[in-house]
Design a protein around this ligand. Sequence first.
Ligand SMILES: *Cc1c(COP(=O)(O)O)cnc(C)c1O
Ligand SMILES: [Zn+2]
Length: 430
Amino acid sequence: MTDDSHALSLSSTPPSPPAVATDGTWLACIECGETFAPFEAIRYTCDGCTGLLEVRYADVPTFADFSGRGVWRYNQALPLDSGVTSQEGDTPLYRVPRLEKSIGVAALRIKHEGMNPTGSFKDRGMTVGVAVARELGVERLACASTGNTSAALAAYGGRGGMETLVLLPAGKVAAGKIAQASLHGARILEVDGNFDTCLDIVQELAARGEVYLLNSLNPFRLEGQKTIGFEILEAFQAEYDAWPDRIVLPVGNAGNTSALYKAFRELVQAGALEPDDVPRLTGVQAEGAAPMVEAVETGASAVERWDEVETRATAIRIGNPVNAPKALPGIRETGGTAIAVSDEAITAAQRDLAEEGIGVEPASAASVAGLRKLREQGVVAADERVACLTTGHLLKDPDAAAAAGRDPEPAPADTDGILELLEDDSGLGQ
Ligand SMILES: *Cc1c(COP(=O)(O)O)cnc(C)c1O
Ligand SMILES: [Zn+2]
């Protein structure tokens, strides 16, 4: 299909439907353009060239086509009309006046994806992915996970009445996430290796037909995650009658970066968004796990896998971002960038957000840490309106929160003793 030669560019011509019957929805390879019917067989990558697959639609909707609530409000832009749902989406877009002022941008909003049912944006992808799994008639769902995907998979798989299996890097997953996966009934295998090794194994299991893969390599999951972009754009229109200049987000496997870019491309294709108005996609990684940043900085056409990764932001402790071929064009075409931040800067941003009443896990705070650094470097301008994505809830990683917060103090069990303690301190109201 010649139409797909510049498939991942904002100015690409709309794809024409393939010859096979597809009901207006099909899968296309982003590398060679080969197309496949969406639900006739299970596939995650191109049969011919092993390139990543993307869902395509004969008709892409405009904003006027959206109605209802949550992720399924956008079903005109999704491969199915309804899903296995827990009322995901519709997350708050918080004002943060103190942070906005100290970072120094015209407007800063925090899209808190930690407010989804299981506490991360993964729910948006899983409501669609699990519905597709049901459509395909599979029984056992699986993922490799730094934690949040496993929590969402276990919960949504349970809701859909399906068996769930998760592979986790042993000792590197936050306590709240394991507790969720466990109670929602997933079989949890702790692998003596990092996330990338876990994903290699699950991909192999999926290739052998043992499990249905629900990592973000699954093109249907990313469709659900597009709705973050729709919600942010609609909210900025409602408040400012303008689009956000920039969206800043933490990057692990770069699924969200790819999904947001796809949402924008489809809106451009539908004539609902001008190419010049597309927000600059800005990815943030931890210094100890920054292969995407490296590729953006060196101008490389592909990301090189990091074998050793480390950061306290365990959700983005990933050395081989599988969606990089979809995400890199997104960062480049939108005029965005990528930046690495230290673990100390991540914790500082986590405290800054917490002071404004917004509780996030470390990986989430990377977006705010990255924005601050880019503003200090002058890459982000003072007149920009910015949305930062916070991807997961504070309670996901209680240990990190306790370590970043104030220590509890031992206290006597009587009022006078408590008053004495408070007087010893620097005084009330401090
Ligand atoms: C999954 C996850 C990420 C990484 O998202 P990608 O789409 O893989 O880049 C970031 N933060 C949190 C909290 C996550 O759970
Ligand atoms: Zn291909």
